[in-house]
Structures are given as C-alpha cells and as structure tokens.
Design a protein around this ligand. Structure first.
Ligand code: NOJ
Length: 564
C-alpha cells in the first residue's frame, strides 16, 4: 500500500545548529549570513528541507531554547532582514524551512514572565504555573537542568513558586490559559506568513500537565516524566493548534516526543486526528543509556538485534496510517558515527556511509544533523571547563554538591554529552576549521585538520561527502525507498541488518554489515529473484556471485534492486 504522497514524506531534512554552522562576522558564533553563504553547498547535498534550531531573541541560558522574544532574531545571529533573505534564497533553491517551536516554556526575561512575577493580580499572572507559598511546599517535580533537580523555584516578590521543567530561567507556560494559546497561534501565523514551511515542536507532550499536581510515587526521578507530561488535554491542544494554524498552510509539524509510547503513536499522528504529522520517539536514544536514565551511558554495549527491534516496531506502528520520522543524531545527542558506527580510522568512512544508507532506505522522513554528511564524530571533552552546556555544567554541580562520582560522570559525558554534536562545523583544514576568523564559542574537534572537513572531502574521490550526495539521489529517484513496504529479514542477526523495500513490482534489498569483521550473509528462502542490480555500495563488493550468499566487508552497505 502507498500512503498519501506529500513533499514532507519525500523530503530529506538537514538540521542546522546556527550557533555552530558558519560565522561571517568573526564573533566566534555562527550566524544567518553564514547559512546563506552555504546554501549552494546545502542544496548540493540533495537535502530538501532545513530544520533550524531556535534563532529567536534569547539570553542563551539553553542556547536559544529560552526565548525572550518570539518575533525577533537573536542579535548574535543577525537581523530580521537576514532572516527574510535566508528564506528568499532558500526558496530560490527549492529548499523548505522548518523552524523550532519552543512553547512549553519561554525565558524568564520574556515580557510575559517579567509581568507575571510582578504581582498576583497582574494580567499575565496566569500565563505561568504558580504555586502560592501559603499552600506549603509544592509536590516534587523533577527538573532537567536545575542544579538541585527541583522544578519549582521560589520567587519572593509574590511569595510563590513557579514551575520550570527545564532551567530556572525557563518557566513553563500555562497552556490551560486560552490567552497563552492565542498568543502562540498568532506568533506561528507571523512566521507562516513570512513563508516558513513547518515547525519542529520542542518537548510537545509537556504542554499538558496534571495541574492538580498530585504527589508522585515514582521511585526513579526520570519516571516522573510519565506522570507529568502527556496530560489530560494534550490531544485537545494539538488538535486546536492544527485547526487554528497548521491546517491553513501547506505545512507540516514534527513533535519532539519524549514519553510518547508506541501504543499512543497513532493518537498523535493518525491522519484523521489532525494533530501532528510525525514525531521523534526516544526509544533509540535510550538504547545505550542506563535503564530509566536520560543521560548516563549503560555499561553493556547495545546489540544490533535491539536496534532492529526498535525500527521494526516503529515501522509497523505506521505501516497502515500516520508517518514516522527517522534520526540517529541531533543537537541533543552524540554524533551518529561515534554512537551507532565506529569512528576509529579503519571503520570511520564505511560506518558513516552505512548509517547514511540506512536512514535513506528506511520508511519515514530522514533527518540528518549538520556534519553527518562528512562523518563528524564525538569530541569527547575531558575537562569540565570545555563544556558550555547548562545540562552538563549543572549536572556536574549537582553531583559535586551531593558528593557523587564525578569521574564516572565525566567518563559518561565523553560519550553522552550534547556538546559532542555542538562543536562547530568543519569547512576546511584552516584554523578553526574555517568556521570563524575569531575565537570559537566552543572548542572544535581537532580532527577537522585531518580529513574530517568539507574542502578535503570535495577533492577526495571516494569521500563520505560524495557518497552522501549519491545516496540522497538514490532515495529521491526511487519512490519505493520512501513509501515501499519494509520487511526485516533476520531480526536476531547480530552483525547484519538486512531488509527489503517493496512497492508495486519493485523490490530493493538492503544489506548493512554493522560490524568490524567480514561476514557471509545468506538470504532467507522466501526472497526470490532472477536478477539483481547493484544500485550503490560504500565499498567494493567482496563476493555476491552466488544466488543467496553475500560477503560483506566491515561496515559495508549495499543496495540491490531485485527483479524477477
Ligand atoms: C529539547 C531541545 O532539543 C533541547 O535542546 C532543549 O534543551 C530542551 N528541549 C528544552 O527546550
């Protein structure tokens, strides 16, 4: 069956973290002009949609996820004129733009909060969640970025606590208030009228909470999330947002979906429900973490059978309705090649290109993060002073305060920290990787000087970059790779991920060796064909002369077309 065709299902998304993309002023911080300068490069990759991390005015406590003014561009990034030019230049190249929508919370420097905290009868008071101190200490709510992990902050001015699921400077907006929702919808119209094509919706399940604030009995702090996100009004709000805003444009939404389980998936994205178009689930992102932990790495390595199960389960969730999103990395997680591949010299190139092949041959909309196209890898900072991220810094402080194991924490951060993704983009081998002529806001990964940069890979014949361009073309010229049915051939196999994608009479076979050794792989008996044509491979084919047996080198990826 083919799901209804749309541009955003057929699209390939390229995520840009503007702070780290390209600086044109020498400030050490990337800017919008830097993105404009690189648009020809971006278009040359074959991607069709850009998702921009927040570019709005912000004091940057959480790098733009703390918005002070939703209708103004962050000064470090440029002006509204730069933004308008960016959009015009993108459209001229056929690129679509998806903005970040951060509306669970704003900055405490936003005018709404500045007013709200002034007095209990201020007209903006009910824009936020306040707990009057005379009711006693509010029931425990866990916070992501608070040094004491406490989501309630006492504010003496009105003798009350306000809620902040994230940093103390990110107060949660009160969606129960229709005025708040109206302000948000107006703001979304403002951006749509400029011509943007959609929104990635930050922590969207958190907008509805149980505001009676029952005491929670979860043992693990992180289990709390299940109790205080996805609240009773989540579907009502998403439906309203869709009706009031999204339905009026040729646009799509992708929600960040922490806490959305597979059983709930279609309630959010079934076409008939008119809520969101797709969302990012977190099952893969938790695979290498300790159970119930968001940030700490687990001891045992992840297994390929576990990895496949996640993709198999989620593919079947959307096989008949809805649509999925596919991602291996973003600005909140380590680099894809370091996490799901092997970034050591011998396997780096093959594993980076294997992961590209994987995302571009699966069903769902693929999202790449800047630098994936050249195989950027984890920086693995060892010194706390190298970290700029509030998440790492405040958790470090928390552990220090409580006499915890800082060595174990720093070791885990080498692999888990968000900074691994946030170091600047590598444009060439010159100082600071051609990112800035000034002092970069954060240290670069020194491997920019040894081949992990765009300029070197442009001239290298078989580079990760050139492969990326080829495999995006393969995706875009074969609808079966977008819409075709997916069948995983050996879910339990621990080295090879093999699957078919079939649409009408067309069938593609994808073989991916997720291991450091050569493997001989045999197709199951029900896969029959008369002729196979190699469409693309990231390495020389070792041996595929026999009908059912394939010899795959370490981290080899091959796509065949099978014909009868
Ligand atoms: C999720 C975003 O992706 C992350 O970067 C941010 O820190 C939190 N939401 C809070 O907005």
């Amino acid at each position: 069956m083919i799901s209804e065709q749309t541009w955003w299902k057929e699209g390939i998304v390229y995520q840009i973290y503007p702070r780290s993309y390209k600086d044109t002023t020498g400030s050490g911080v990337g800017d919008l002009q830097g993105i404009i300068e690189k648009l020809d490069y971006i278009a040359s990759l074959g991607v069709t949609i850009i998702w921009l991390n927040p570019v709005y005015d912000s004091p940057n406590d959480d790098n733009g996820y703390d918005i002070r003014d939703y209708r103004k561009i962050m000064t470090e990034f440029g002006t509204m004129e730069d933004f308008n030019l960016l959009l015009t230049e993108m459209k001229a190249r056929g690129l679509r733009l998806v903005m970040d929508l951060v509306v669970n919370h704003c900055s405490d420097e936003h005018q709404w909060f500045q007013e709200s905290r002034k007095s209990r009868d201020n007209p903006y008071r009910d824009y936020f969640h306040w707990w009057p101190a005379e009711k006693g200490i509010p029931p425990k709510r866990w916070s992501y970025f608070d040094v004491d992990e406490n989501a309630w902050k006492y504010d003496a001015q009105t003798d009350a606590y306000y809620l902040h699921y994230f940093a103390v400077k990110q107060p949660d907006l009160k969606w129960e208030n229709p005025e708040v929702r109206r302000e948000i919808y107006d703001m979304m119209h403002f951006w749509f009228q400029k011509g943007v094509d959609g929104f990635r919706m930050d922590v969207i399940p958190f907008i509805s909470k149980d505001i009676s604030y029952p005491e929670l009995d979860a043992k693990e702090p992180h289990e709390f999330i299940a109790f205080y996100a996805n609240g009773p009004k989540i579907h009502e709000y998403l439906n309203e947002l869709n009706r009031e805003v999204i339905s009026k444009y040729d646009a799509f939404t992708v929600g960040e979906g922490p806490g959305i389980s597979i059983n709930q998936a279609l309630d959010f994205v079934h076409e008939d429900r008119k809520e969101m178009d797709m969302f990012f689930h977190f099952d893969l992102m938790s695979l290498d973490r300790q159970p119930g932990e968001v940030f700490m790495m687990r001891k045992a390595p992840w297994k390929l059978s576990e990895f496949k199960k996640i993709f198999n389960d989620w593919d079947s969730a959307f096989a008949k309705a809805g649509w999925g999103s596919l991602f291996l990395a973003n600005h909140d997680f380590p680099r894809a090649v370091s996490r799901w591949g092997n970034d050591s010299a011998a396997y780096w190139k093959n594993s980076a290109t294997l992961l590209q092949t994987f995302l571009l041959t699966m069903r769902g909309t693929p999202y790449f993060y800047q630098g994936d196209e050249i195989g950027m890898s984890n920086v693995r900072f060892t010194d706390i002073d190298d970290y700029k991220d509030i998440n790492t810094i405040n958790r470090y402080e928390n552990i220090k305060k409580n006499g915890g194991d800082l060595i174990a924490f720093m070791e885990s951060e080498k692999h888990a920290a968000r900074e691994n993704a946030r170091t600047p983009m590598h444009w060439d081998a010159s100082q600071h990787g051609g990112f800035t002529t000034g002092e970069p806001w954060i240290r670069l990964n020194p491997n920019y000087a040894s081949g992990v940069n765009v300029a070197s890979q442009e001239v290298e014949e078989y580079s990760i970059l050139h492969y990326f361009r080829k495999i995006t073309t393969v995706r875009k010229s074969n609808l079966a790779l977008v819409y075709g049915d997916y069948e995983c051939l050996h879910p339990e196999h621990e080295e090879v991920y093999a699957y078919t994608r079939t649409l009408g009479g067309e069938c593609f076979l994808i073989l991916l060796n997720f291991s450091d050794v050569t493997v001989t792989y045999s197709l199951p008996s029900h896969i029959q064909y008369n002729r196979k044509t190699k469409i693309i491979s990231n390495d020389l084919i070792l041996d595929d002369q026999t009908y059912k047996e394939f010899m795959l080198g370490a981290w080899q990826a091959v796509v065949y077309k099978l014909e009868n």
